[in-house]
Structures are given as structure tokens and as C-alpha cells.
Design a protein around this ligand. Structure first.
Ligand SMILES: [Zn+2]
Length: 106
């Protein structure tokens, strides 16, 4: 992609032209972003792989509004808490009593 002011080549993800200093229009800067800032990639990483650890990726991406970042963060924290609670429940309510019963039989 090229600077609209001086027509020279721009670095990927640039918000300003490093030749003439012109500020790029937001829609141009957005199409010039990094692939890992794409909303679909960020959301997939958060929900499939990183959970709460994916939040820095979300906050660094220029392609979400602050409101969207806040909403996704809250959903992610809730979803991480739900997984932790489910793990706790599985171990202490489902597996341990079963294990103790098994121990009494043997
Ligand atoms: Zn320029």
C-alpha cells in the first residue's frame, strides 16, 4: 500500500507515513494492519486456545473499538471462570466421591 500524500510505499501496520509524516486515514490504516490483529483471528485464539491469556492480543488490535474490547474481555473472564468452576466441580463433586466409594469397595 502507498501513502496518499507522497505515493511512496508504506510499512505494514503503519498509521503514519515514515517518508512525509502524513497521517493515514483510519480506513486505510485498518486495511494495512497485521494479520494477527484481524478480529476473526483474535476471537478464535481467545475462545479456542488462549482464553484469558488472549486478552493482550485483543487490546493491541486496532480493529476493535474500546467498547468491543470491553465486551469481549468481560465475556472471556466469565467464560474462563466458568471453565475453572467446571473443573473444580468435576474434581471435588464428581470424581472424588466416586474415588472414595471405589476405595471402600476395594
Ligand atoms: Zn507520505
Amino acid at each position: 500500500m502507498r501513502c496518499p500524500a507522497c505515493k511512496r510505499k508504506l510499512a505494514a501496520g503503519a498509521r503514519f507515513c515514515h517518508h512525509c509524516g502524513a497521517e493515514l486515514p483510519p480506513e486505510l490504516a485498518a486495511t494495512n494492519g497485521k494479520w494477527y490483529h484481524e478480529p476473526i483471528f483474535v476471537l478464535l485464539m481467545i475462545f479456542l486456545v488462549l482464553a484469558i491469556f488472549g486478552l493482550p492480543l485483543l487490546w493491541k488490535s486496532p480493529k476493535f473499538t474500546n467498547r468491543q474490547k470491553a465486551v469481549v474481555s468481560i465475556v472471556t473472564i466469565g467464560y474462563t471462570a466458568a471453565i475453572l468452576w467446571l473443573m473444580y466441580y468435576m474434581v471435588f463433586v464428581v470424581i472424588l466421591p466416586y474415588y472414595n466409594q471405589l476405595k471402600n469397595i476395594i
